[in-house]
Design a protein around this ligand. Structure first.
Ligand code: PLP
Length: 372
C-alpha cells in the first residue's frame, strides 16, 4: 500500500479537465499566442498531461493532471536500472482543421513490445489511445495551426516506480503522456540537407535492446551525438556493432537510401528501432510511385559510390535528406554539393507531409482523427 500512497502523492493536482469548467470551444481553447513557425524541438510546458498507475497486477483508472513534475521513490527501478520506455508521436492540424495522429496503433504496439522486453506491464491499447487523445484534446490551445510547419509532439512514457534496491523489476509503474508544440528537429527551416558522422561508439548489441524504444539505448548515444556535432555533423550514424561495416541507423532516425539504379533500400538490422516513418516512406515509395524497394544489409564503404540520395526518417526528423557523411577521416558528399535536396527525397517528403496534413486523400488510412 506504501507504493500506492507514494505514487499518488505525486499528483497533487489530479483534477480532470471538466472540473476546471473548461469545455472544448471555450475561449480557453483558443490558440496560445506562440510564434509557431519559430518553434524548435524543445520542451514547452502545456496545461495537461495524463497519468495512470499500474500496481498490484492491474491498471488503476487514469486521469488528466496539470502537475508536470513527478515525485517518485529514490529507489525506483526506472532511475537506477533504466526500467522505462517511451514513444514519440505527433498530432497535426489538417488543412480542413481536423486534428490527426499518424498511425498511433503502431506506437501502441511498439510500446508494448518494449514493455514486454523490459518486464513491464503492457499498456492496454484502449488506455494508450484514450490517454493520447485526452491529452491532445485538453491541450488543444497548444496544437500548432495548419500551415505553421509545427506540430504537437506527443511523448507517452512508461516507468518502473516504487521502493526498490536490488536488480529486479518494479512492482508499480506509471504510464504518462505529455505533449509539447515543436518545430523542426534539425536546426533548419524547410527541407534542407543534414549531415551525419559515423560514430566510433556502438549503439546497440545485435541481440540487445536496440530494436526497442528503451531510454537505456539513448544515454550512451549522448556522447556519440556530441562527438558528431563537434565534427560539424547534425547527428551520429551508427554502423552495426559486430563488424562496423553495415549501416544501422542515426541517433534518432532510420536511414533510407536511393541507389543510382533508382531502387530505394533501407538497412535490415535486428539492432535498430523499427521506425514507423521509415515503414511509411517505404510503402509510399513502392505503392504510390512504383519504386522498387528492399530491406537488406548495406555495407557503407563498399556501397557508398552507388548511393544517389540518402534520408533520415523519424517522427521528429520527418524525412531529412542527408547531404554529407563523415567516415574514415573525411567527408563523403551526396547530391553534388552535399547541400542540395535530391528529387526522390523531395517527392517522398512531399507525399508524406501532404498525407499527414490532410492535403491529399488518406489512401492508406493512416490518419486517426482526434475529435475535439
Ligand atoms: C533510434 C531511433 N530510430 C528511429 C526513430 C524513428 O522512429 P519513428 O519513425 O517511429 O518515429 C526514432 C524515433 O523517432 C529513434 O529514436
Amino acid at each position: 500500500m506504501g507504493t500506492y500512497v507514494d505514487i499518488h502523492g505525486v499528483l497533487p493536482d489530479n483534477t480532470a479537465l471538466s472540473e476546471y469548467g473548461v469545455q472544448p470551444m471555450d475561449e480557453n481553447f483558443s490558440k496560445k499566442p506562440l510564434k509557431w513557425a519559430e518553434l524548435g524541438f524543445q520542451y514547452v510546458k502545456t496545461d495537461f498531461r495524463y497519468s495512470a498507475i499500474f500496481q498490484e497486477g492491474k491498471w488503476l483508472p487514469g486521469s488528466l493532471v496539470s502537475e508536470e513534475n513527478l515525485i517518485i521513490h529514490e529507489g525506483s527501478p526506472s532511475l537506477h536500472y533504466a526500467q522505462q520506455c517511451f514513444e514519440g508521436m505527433k498530432a497535426q492540424t489538417t488543412q480542413d482543421d481536423r486534428v490527426v495522429l499518424f498511425r498511433p496503433n503502431l506506437n501502441s504496439e511498439r510500446m508494448n513490445r518494449t514493455a514486454s522486453r523490459l518486464l513491464m506491464p503492457e499498456v492496454p491499447h484502449k488506455l494508450f489511445i484514450e490517454a493520447v487523445e485526452e491529452v491532445v484534446r485538453a491541450n488543444y490551445a497548444w496544437i500548432p495551426p495548419y500551415g505553421s510547419g509545427a506540430a504537437l509532439y506527443i511523448r507517452p512514457m512508461l516507468i518502473g516506480v516504487g521502493e526498490n534496491l536490488g536488480l529486479k523489476p518494479a512492482r508499480a509503474f506509471e504510464f504518462r503522456v505529455f505533449v509539447s508544440p515543436v518545430g523542426p528537429y534539425y536546426k533548419s527551416s524547410g527541407l534542407a540537407a543534414i549531415s551525419l558522422a559515423v560514430s566510433d561508439f556502438d549503439r546497440a548489441a545485435p541481440q540487445g535492446t536496440g530494436s526497442y524504444k528503451a531510454g537505456a539505448n539513448y544515454a550512451g548515444g549522448l556522447l556519440a551525438t556530441l562527438k558528431a556535432q563537434e565534427l560539424g555533423a547534425s547527428e551520429a550514424l551508427y554502423l552495426d556493432s559486430a563488424s562496423h561495416r553495415f549501416i544501422d541507423e542515426a541517433g534518432s532516425a532510420n536511414i533510407v537510401i536511393v541507389l543510382k539504379t533508382g531502387e530505394l533500400i533501407t538497412p535490415s538490422s535486428e539492432a535498430i528501432l523499427p521506425s514507423i516513418t521509415k515503414r511509411s516512406v517505404m510503402e509510399i515509395a513502392s505503392e504510390q510511385f512504383g519504386i522498387k524497394t528492399a530491406e537488406r544489409a548495406i555495407d557503407l564503404r563498399v556501397e557508398f559510390n552507388s548511393f544517389a540520395e540518402m534520408g533520415a526518417c523519424g517522427t521528429a526528423a520527418v524525412l531529412s535528406p542527408i547531404g554529407r557523411i563523415y567516415f574514415d577521416s573525411e567527408w563523403h558528399i551526396l547530391n553534388g554539393d552535399g547541400y542540395t535536396v535530391g528529387p526522390v527525397m523531395q517527392k517522398l517528403y512531399d507525399s508524406l507531409v501532404q498525407l499527414q496534413r490532410g492535403e491529399v486523400e488518406d489512401k492508406f488510412c493512416w490518419l486517426h482523427e482526434v475529435k475535439i
